[in-house]
Design a protein. Structure first.
Length: 255
């Protein structure tokens, strides 16, 4: 029965699963639903399946369809709904050289998503950090393949904009600037403009400042400079208000 159970999981394409995911398989094999939890515990103890923690399991790597499990798959399984974002998305898009021990996921506050008050989970040596947002602020998502796994990740432009809005989730403002140095030239200026406007006026000004510093997208700079912001805001949200006042962008250059 153990072999049949593992075969059915492999055939189903499940790469990571929890108890509700396998109830249909258990019923098809004629097993008692009340036995599932104990069966999973026994199989994990005998290493027939892998216990990932938090009630999550996977098949051993050699039996798993599509190759080894990726940490992003675990993150999205815990989140139940969401997309890899911020510093983790920067890593995927090649915008940072830093080794990640924490995975960032943006989770929409939709029914079925993990809406627990717990913001960070830890499984083995990896931490999973959830940024929960309203559905109207959940956009700029694209599906990418990592091996055989389809992973929702913020696209390049949304990842860059998130850095200006929430630098603390991206390694800090200097890491955000490094990300722009690496990836701004590959981005669509039209998408950047649309995304910045959807975010906030100060993000528009920060985007204009960065483009100016890097000598990119002069037309976009003019469009952003034309937006009216009658007050000064910090360039780096995580820093103090001390610094040079930039009149073109109405920003305090606090870096």
């Amino acid at each position: 029965m153990r072999l049949e159970f593992i075969q059915e999981i492999a055939k189903s394409g499940l790469r990571i699963f929890e108890k509700p995911d396998i109830e249909g398989i258990v019923a098809a094999l004629g097993l008692s639903p009340t036995y599932i939890k104990r069966m999973l515990r026994i199989m994990a103890a005998k290493q027939h399946i892998i216990s990932l923690g938090k009630g999550l399991y996977s098949l051993p790597t050699e039996l798993m369809p599509g190759g080894p499990l990726h940490p992003y798959e675990i993150a999205l399984k815990i989140a139940k709904s969401g997309a890899v974002s911020h510093r983790s998305a920067m890593s995927y898009h090649g915008l940072t050289d830093q080794v990640m021990s924490r995975i960032y996921v943006t989770v929409p506050k939709n029914p079925g998503a993990n809406l627990s008050r717990t913001q960070e989970y830890q499984l083995n040596n990896t931490r999973y950090f959830f940024i929960r947002v309203t559905p109207k602020n959940y956009w700029g998502i694209q599906q990418f393949f990592i091996g055989e796994a389809r992973i929702d990740i913020t696209d390049l432009e949304k990842t860059l904009i998130d850095g200006l809005q929430s630098p603390a989730y991206c390694g800090g403002f200097r890491d955000v600037l490094f990300a722009y140095e690496r990836g701004l030239y590959k981005a669509s200026p039209n998408h950047l403009l649309d995304y910045a406007k959807q975010t906030s006026l100060v993000v528009c000004k920060r985007l204009g400042w960065v483009c100016e510093q890097l000598g990119e997208f002069t037309e976009l700079q003019d469009q952003l400079a034309a937006l009216s912001m009658p007050y000064y805001q910090r360039l780096d949200l995580t820093g103090s208000r001390h610094g040079k006042y930039n009149k073109r962008w109405n920003l305090v250059e606090n870096i």
